[in-house]
Design a protein around this ligand. Structure first.
Ligand SMILES: Nc1ncnc2c1ncn2[C@@H]1O[C@H](COP(=O)(O)OP(=O)(O)OP(=O)(O)O)[C@@H](O)[C@H]1O
Ligand SMILES: [Mg+2]
Length: 143
């Protein structure tokens, strides 16, 4: 079994259960939307996949592998967060390059990887803009 699977996943903050035994399978290539009222646990479910919260019960599987106990950096998962942070004084291309620099990527490969990421997100034409010159969705794509 591949894709992403929630197997009876429960998440609590403090003593407050916000996900109660969630079962859900997302197949490879499938686009899944979680709809629900504000505060119903959608972001919490994504955080459980990325590894930013640890379920109090149940398992999360990615590509058939139980990742429940794995830290985020060992999961190979990307997450576009709801509350993203862009540096207001840096152009789009520099915001995108920031993470690579922080990870100490080889200097020579950074421009190419930035260009590739901007191309993939349809943001190539905006590389030299500042975040305040972008729409909300464009800012989110930069993030
Ligand atoms: N770090 C935290 N500590 C304590 N409670 C939290 C924390 N993060 C979220 N919560 C609570 O957990 C519940 C679910 O939050 P979550 O962010 O998953 O909701 P959501 O469905 O993404 O909502 P929205 O549509 O408003 O983004 C909410 O009641 C929220 O207040
Ligand atoms: Mg949310």
């Amino acid at each position: 079994m591949s894709g992403i699977r929630f197997d009876a996943v429960s998440v609590a903050y403090g003593g407050n259960t916000v996900l109660d035994s969630l079962d859900l399978t997302v197949e490879p290539g499938e686009v899944m939307a979680l709809l629900g009222p504000s505060g119903s646990g959608k972001t919490t479910a994504l955080r459980a996949v990325a590894g930013f919260v640890r379920p109090v019960a149940g398992r999360v599987l990615i590509g058939g592998r139980d990742v429940t106990a794995l830290p985020p950096h060992k999961r190979g998962i990307g997450m576009v967060v709801q509350q993203y942070a862009l540096f207001p004084h840096m152009r789009v291309e520099d915001n995108v390059a920031f993470g690579l620099k922080a990870q100490k990527a080889a200097k020579a490969e950074i421009p190419g990887r930035v260009a590739e990421a901007l191309e993939m997100t349809g943001m190539a034409a905006y590389a030299e803009r500042y975040p305040r010159e972008l729409s909300g969705g464009q800012q989110q794509r930069v993030a």
